[in-house]
Write a protein that binds this ligand. Structure first.
Ligand code: SF4
Ligand code: SF4
Length: 378
């Protein structure tokens, strides 16, 4: 017998989807063309038609905990071919945006990082944190006492560690809570659809599914199946690999300092330095390509949520390179100012991870792993 499902439309939720880019949602007439042409849709759980139905009814619990919204890589193929111009790709993106805000903990930080009016406050807060820790510890030195420019004389490595290590741990904690809630919602969603009736997630099995999913994530294989926005694969890979590379470079310099007792600045031909510079160039190029793609996009939706992270990534790459050029040009005060701006941008980039579009890297990985986990079990 067919199971009964009590439809409880949430009008506020429908409006939130519309406000976040799903403004053509109501044009959908359920033809299912989108699910047929989506290169990432599975035969077992096709999307995005069912999400269009659920969204037009405001069925929040069917959408926010659905792993399928994270399977979508926003290639835009469905939006290009939808006969009604309902732009299902935009609706899927809007639901992911709402999900990121739902999992934002503390919620106030979700608002801080998603309201354009809060932008000045973000920069004031990160600047104050850096200055407060610097002055409170007496480690910040703003005096130019001559000699070659050495950033570690102004901002000793230990000061950088005192600021960025706790920040990274707090971001990790926010993600931990977000992932736990996402997993719980995905299980409830799959339970509702009769796809996962297990008592709990087996951690070892889940980790195996996660590890098996990583090559697909790292190689951006799914983006390669896009028709409309195929070029996004290159820009995404440039930006994501440059972030990973720059984090490894920071680790290498910390290792050199503490283990090898080797202090910077390092010669321009140092292999790690060359790698860092190439990664910095890749970050700038990747960000510019993403900006170009967005400017040329015909999906008709460009929000602060989309632009914030692009501007931040580009700013980080540009200030990183300028920091180095100004040091080489021997302009101490300008170099110090540029380095400080770079530190503030780096602070904001790390702090915004669980609350901005960047969070999709983490939540999408978890959702793909969950689907692999459930599929492996059945
Ligand atoms: S979103 Fe467009 S393609 Fe998909 S079911 Fe609705 S009308 Fe058809
Ligand atoms: S945007 Fe692309 S991946 Fe997402 S549902 Fe549409 S066709 Fe599928």
């Amino acid at each position: 017998m067919t199971e009964k499902y009590l439809v409880d439309p949430d009008l506020k939720f429908i409006n939130t989807i519309i406000q976040n880019g799903g403004d053509n949602l109501k044009k959908c007439f359920q033809c299912a063309t989108c699910s047929v042409i989506c290169p990432l849709s599975s035969d077992k759980q096709p999307f995005p038609r069912k999400e269009m139905v659920a969204a037009s009814w405001g069925l929040k619990d069917r959408l926010l905990g659905s792993p399928d919204i994270w399977q979508c890589h926003n290639c835009g193929d469905c939006s290009a071919l939808c006969p009604r111009g309902a732009k299902p790709g935009n609706v899927m993106a809007a639901i992911r945006h709402i999900s990121i805000l739902k999992y934002a903990r503390p919620a106030v930080l979700g608002r801080l990082w998603n309201d354009p009016w809060m932008l000045p406050l973000q920069f004031i807060l990160s600047t104050l944190v850096i200055l407060a820790v610097g002055f409170a510890t007496g480690l910040l030195n703003l005096q130019n006492d001559g000699g070659p420019i050495v950033y570690a004389r102004f901002f000793p490595v230990v000061l950088i560690e005192m600021i960025y290590i706790p920040l990274t741990l707090l971001v990790g904690l926010a993600f931990f809570v977000g992932i736990r809630n996402l997993l719980s919602d995905m299980r409830a969603n799959y339970f509702l659809r009769g796809l996962d009736n297990s008592d709990s997630i087996k951690p070892v099995k889940f980790m195996k599914a996660l590890i098996a999913t990583l090559p697909t994530i790292i190689t951006h294989t799914k983006l390669a199946s896009c028709g409309e926005n195929r070029q996004r694969k290159l820009s995404h890979m440039l930006v994501s690999f440059s972030f990973v590379n720059l984090a490894m470079v920071a680790g290498a310099f910390v290792f050199a300092l503490y283990i090898l007792d080797s202090h910077g600045p390092y010669p321009q031909l140092n292999p790690v330095k060359i790698f860092a510079n190439l990664s910095g160039i890749a970050l700038i190029l990747g960000s510019l390509l993403l900006i170009k793609n967005r400017l040329e996009s015909t999906d008709g939706h460009n929000s602060y949520f989309d632009w914030y992270i692009l501007a931040l990534a580009l700013g980080l790459g540009v200030t990183g390179m300028l920091t180095q050029f100004i040091r080489l040009a021997d302009q101490p005060m300008a170099a110090l100012a540029m380095y400080f701006i770079h530190l503030v941008l780096a602070f904001n980039l790390i702090a915004c991870l669980p609350y901005s579009k960047m969070a999709h890297f983490v939540y999408r990985t978890v959702a793909l792993a969950y689907v692999a986990y459930v599929d492996g079990k059945s």
